[in-house]
Ligand binder design. Structure first.
Ligand code: SIN
Length: 311
């Protein structure tokens, strides 16, 4: 096999490979983050943090499904100050560290983004799309709120800041969101978060699979790959190159990762597959992607990035 170079960057921060973990599974404690640091993940991505420690939603709040999972975790995390304190230890593992932030108000997001702007963190991802907090709407579906938030959050420092978006399903929404993003120095978008408020019913028990919110939760895995691909593709066509795109949703093998590359992703994140398989998934998917690219005669990401062929 020829040498295949999967190196990429987000806002100039070099990544040795195209694959990293997604904020979500197995990235809450220092121990879990160290496992990611020692794996083939190109970066260490933290669980979305809030101002204070959160237990999260009542259990059962996660269920494996044949083609993915449903979850309503409710952002269990250690509180942002714990992640701030961990930054030196995480950085010592020798790869970029991306903190995910998920405040419950603009003021909370300003407090947390400011704190991480004054740290050694490499990249900041603000999560506008958690569907699992009872009584809290997803910011990503409130376009006015997104615009106001970006006007305040993008002036707090020089570290690259991006936002994690909910999936959109209508062209008018892609266009409206792209117009907002273009007004601000947003460095990247991560798309997509889970499809929120889905319901999986167990016909045997006649109950939902998970407890929070009457069983309504975020759908993940294979079920959402076509939606993730469409969101990456639509935004790639609408946004300038200065706004990069991290693809997420249903990547469990090298070919899935390649499809996101064709759609235009600069890097991808792995969630459900990492939850189910553990940290070996990063090297396995990396090797599968390299083998597939080799078969195609491609030896670097730019050979295929964004080059979906029209029919
Ligand atoms: C959760 O903790 O509920 C999942 C986080 C998210 O969907 O952003």
């Amino acid at each position: 096999m020829q040498h295949i170079d999967l190196s990429t960057n987000i806002a100039g921060i070099k990544l040795d490979s195209y694959l990293m973990n997604a904020s979500g599974p197995r990235c809450t404690s220092l121990q879990e983050l160290e496992v990611i640091g020692k794996s083939a993940s190109a970066a260490i991505v933290t669980k979305s943090c809030t101002i204070a420690f959160r237990e999260g939603n009542p259990e059962p709040r996660y269920s494996d499904l044949p083609l993915g999972s449903i979850q309503s975790m409710g952002l269990p995390n250690l509180g942002y100050k714990a992640y701030l304190e961990m930054v030196p230890q995480l950085k010592s593992l020798g790869k970029p560290v991306l903190v995910s932030i998920s405040g419950f108000s603009l003021e909370e997001n300003i407090e947390m983004v400011s704190a991480f702007q004054n740290s050694d963190i490499d990249i900041i991802e603000v999560n506008f799309s958690c569907p699992n907090i009872p009584g809290k709407a997803q910011v990503a579906y409130d376009f006015e709120q997104v615009e106001t938030a970006l006007s305040k959050l993008t002036v707090l420092g020089d570290k690259p800041l991006g936002i994690k978006l909910a999936p959109y399903f209508d062209m008018s929404h892609f266009i409206a969101m792209a117009e907002i993003l273009k007004k601000f120095p947003v460095k990247f978008i991560t798309c997509v978060n889970s499809i929120g408020n889905t319901l999986i019913i167990d016909p045997e028990t006649e109950s939902p699979m998970i407890k929070p919110k009457g069983g309504f939760g975020g759908l993940c895995g294979d079920y959402i790959k076509p939606i993730g691909l469409a969101n990456v593709r639509a935004f790639r066509e609408l946004l300038p190159e200065s706004i990069q795109i991290i693809g997420v949703g249903g990547i469990k093998n090298g070919i899935d990762a390649f499809e996101y590359l064709l759609a235009g992703a600069d890097a991808v994140q792995i969630a459900t597959c990492f939850e189910k398989e553990g940290a070996n998934c990063f090297s396995r998917i990396e090797n599968e992607l390299k083998a597939f690219m080799d078969k195609k005669g491609y030896n670097k990401l730019s050979d295929a990035k964004g080059k979906l062929k029209p029919l």
